[in-house]
Design a protein around this ligand. Structure first.
Ligand SMILES: Nc1ncnc2c1ncn2[C@@H]1O[C@H](COP(=O)(O)OP(=O)(O)O)[C@@H](O)[C@H]1O
Ligand SMILES: [Mg+2]
Length: 317
């Protein structure tokens, strides 16, 4: 049984699940938001070993997670505790679920794409930049700060029009693209005290590169947003940008695989920029980043590679 931890609306889980089922592989879509109403969990110990690791879903049966062949940590949800209205009770039950679930993962003795504990640490941009530059990948000059003076000094040093600012992550309600710092932003600079901001040297791009790594397989795609309305962040103009499969210089590929190893990841979607001079600049790695938008545009068989990795231990070597 191959376990996919996600939810029914995730098209990536759907696509890979379909491929696996097509190959005759049993697949379990484990949706953590089915707890506590539709699903339950039981971990039992007997004579110093884990005797059962049962995930029971109403109407679907009981799944023995000790039999997992591999696990895909794709889009983990949280238990649905919306019915708990008391905030103290909510905090308590939420924590109890988190403890039980996080403990459960350690007991599943199967290869993970990616191990949750690794994913958690590797997802931090601050660490990614440090390790990437230590491995010889160029990174933009960067300042992460909540100090207005430090931010001003950094922008002065880079020059206006040569500094971008961006977020660590976004929420459903608030999404922010990468932006060039403009004169009007300088007037509002004291707002960084409210929450730290990532300031970076602006890297001019001949192309944005999205490099999807699956095990030892590398799928590089070049997204050329230069002729679009918004060349600062390709996600703003993906419809207009030209996207095609790309080749990486071997030295860059090797460093990206070394980065994966150092972070303990088997899957990663890496954002780089290729400068007009042909230099590759590392921006970030998304530990569970999307790949279907690349697959649709380049026909690179990324879902197939994910399915193969999950299905076949030998493909992982
Ligand atoms: N320092 C930079 N210089 C130029 N463009 C950047 C820079 N940082 C990010 N971008 C653009 O913004 C996009 C999103 O930034 P990224 O670092 O990948 O963060 P996230 O995707 O988490 O918002 C990048 O793919 C790139 O197009
Ligand atoms: Mg990105």
């Amino acid at each position: 049984m191959i376990v996919i931890i996600s939810h029914p609306q995730d098209p990536h889980a759907g696509r890979v699940g379909d491929l696996l089922r097509g190959d005759g592989q049993p697949v379990l879509l484990l949706d953590l938001s089915d707890f506590p109403h539709r699903a339950s969990l039981s971990v039992g110990y007997q004579d110093s070993h884990v005797e059962r690791l049962d995930y029971a879903v109403e109407g679907a049966g009981v799944f023995d997670l000790t039999r997992a062949r591999s696990v895909w940590w794709r889009r983990p949800q949280t238990p649905n505790l919306a019915a708990v209205t008391d905030s103290d009770v909510y905090a308590f039950t939420h924590n109890e679920w988190q403890e039980a679930i996080n403990g459960l993962w350690q007991l599943i003795d199967a290869p993970w794409m990616n191990p949750p504990a690794r994913d958690e640490v590797a997802g931090r941009k601050a660490l990614q930049l440090k390790i990437a530059s230590g491995l010889g990948l160029r990174i933009p000059r960067t300042l992460i700060t909540s100090d207005t003076q430090a931010a001003r000094a950094f922008i002065d040093q880079q020059g206006l029009g040569r500094t971008v600012f961006k977020t660590f992550s976004c929420t459903h309600a608030i999404w922010r693209e990468t932006r060039l710092v403009g004169a009007e932003d300088l007037e509002k600079l004291e707002h960084v005290r409210l929450a730290p901001v990532i300031f970076q040297e602006y890297i001019e791009a001949a192309a944005d590169l999205r490099v999807t790594v699956v095990g030892r397989k590398i799928f590089a795609a070049a997204i050329d947003a230069r002729a679009t309305d918004y060349p600062v962040d390709f996600r703003m103009s993906l419809g207009q940008a030209r996207t095609e499969a790309a080749e990486l210089p071997p030295a860059v590929s090797e460093r990206l695989l070394a980065l994966m190893d150092r972070l303990g990841l088997v899957y990663g979607a890496i954002d780089l920029r290729r400068t007009p001079e042909g230099e590759y600049v590392f921006l970030e790695i998304n530990t569970a980043g999307e790949f279907l938008f690349i697959e649709e545009r380049t026909s690179q068989p990324i879902a197939r590679a994910v399915a193969d990795w999950l299905a076949d231990p030998s493909a992982r070597a």
